[in-house]
Ligand binder design. Structure first.
Ligand SMILES: [Zn+2]
Length: 107
């Protein structure tokens, strides 16, 4: 049995991602770029996956490119910047860097 790269649950013999996280990934693809963050979370909750699993899924960074939460935050921020006429775009590693430095300051 291999472990799911997102939540660490059993994924199956040849799978990297478990059934629940696959459902969440499919939902992320449907929702990203179309809704705000609250609706986004609601959409994930509609899959029926437990909330703690969803949060774990969002915060995992399996390939070092930023967690799903960071990627989605980056996309939403870039979209907002575009709407407000600010040039440039936010990237997931940048969101991660900012979040990490904020966390460090609060220690
Ligand atoms: Zn999983």
């Amino acid at each position: 049995m291999r472990q799911c790269i997102y939540c660490g649950e059993r994924a199956g013999f040849f799978e990297r991602v478990c059934g629940d996280c696959k459902k969440l990934l499919a939902r992320v693809e449907e929702l990203r770029g179309k809704v705000g963050f609250v609706q986004f979370l609601d959409g994930l909750a509609e899959t029926g996956v437990a909330k703690d699993r969803i949060l774990k899924f969002l915060d995992t960074d399996p390939d070092g490119k930023g967690s799903v939460r960071d990627q989605v935050t980056a996309e939403m921020t870039s979209e907002l910047m575009k709407v407000m006429g600010i040039s440039g775009r936010q990237t997931a590693p940048e969101v991660k860097r900012i979040r990490n430095s904020v966390n460090k300051q609060s220690d």
